[in-house]
Design a protein around this ligand. Structure first.
Ligand code: F6R
Length: 260
């Protein structure tokens, strides 16, 4: 696992956008896994701007979303399918049909979840998966207690997550109780996981995920089992890491030829 501590969330966003651009230049048909929530918003704004300037194209890419609320009307502004369209995919040159999300209206939920996993597999698997982290250590919507071997399925949000996400719903009603989410084992099949966190409110969760025991109580600790993970933090989010100084030194001394 590589932990990159950059001074601000803006610098971190440019750093992650650079990585996405490199993936798309290397393979214009790359499959990207995208998170929603506030953490990746600056990355998406940066990618939109670079696409508009002709620096990168998404024309051959495919996107899979990480998770989705259950119970919101189709097209609800906080449904993750709507959110990603607003902040990224609807603003770049991705063709219609290239963005895949879990269908929260499916009547047969297990079948929808299996079908989603099959779609990811038949697209060739996810090359780069962007991730945020919840204050309770959730990854995707795998809340504490989620099996580290979990697959895509229905989950119930904790009170804490529903409270945290209420900020998005001020005018639009209550945060749903249920979600569909890629499982921790599903997420772990992506070839490169890039977790982005900023702000002191994430510092405990980041420390538990990066340096704590690998345990279902902190679902993001599953990252420790993956061979290719990059954790991009601003200074406050990194503030509780015991290896903080070592991570900074390591990144500062990184050979120029080495990609993340
Ligand atoms: C969203 C997702 C969640 C968020 C997490 C952090 O697709 O999977 O795990 O990444 O809740 O949310 P923010 O970024 O809003 O702090």
């Amino acid at each position: 696992m590589e932990v990159v501590i950059l001074e601000t969330a803006e610098i971190g966003a440019r750093f992650v956008a650079d990585a996405v651009v490199r993936v798309l230049r290397r393979d214009p048909r790359a499959v990207l896994g995208l998170a929603t929530g506030s953490s990746p918003l600056l990355v998406y704004a940066e990618l939109v701007s670079r696409c508009k300037q002709g620096e990168v194209s998404f024309a051959g890419a495919t996107v899979f979303l990480l998770d989705e609320y259950v119970g919101l009307p189709v097209g609800h502004p906080q449904a993750y399918a709507t959110v990603i369209d607003t902040v990224l995919t609807g603003q770049v040159d991705l063709p219609a049909g290239a963005v895949h999300g879990l269908d929260p209206t499916a009547t047969d939920v297990p079948a929808e979840c299996s079908h989603y996993e099959e779609s990811i597999r038949s697209a060739g698997g996810i090359e780069l998966q962007l991730l945020g982290i919840g204050r309770d250590g959730h990854l995707g919507f795998n809340e504490p207690g989620s099996s580290l071997g979990s697959r895509t399925r229905l989950k119930t949000l904790t009170h804490r997550t529903r409270e945290d996400n209420a900020r998005f719903f001020d005018a639009g009603g209550e945060v749903p109780r249920h979600v569909l989410t890629q499982g921790l084992a599903t997420i772990s099949e992506a070839r490169h996981l890039v977790l982005l966190a900023s702000g002191g409110s994430k510092a405990d969760a980041v420390a538990a995920a990066v340096e704590g025991p690998v345990a279902a109580i902190c679902p993001a600790s599953v990252l420790q089992l993956h061979p290719h993970v990059t954790v991009v933090l601003d200074a406050p989010a990194a503030s509780k890491l015991r290896l903080h100084d070592y991570f900074r030194e390591t990144y500062a001394a990184k050979p120029a030829w080495q990609d993340i």
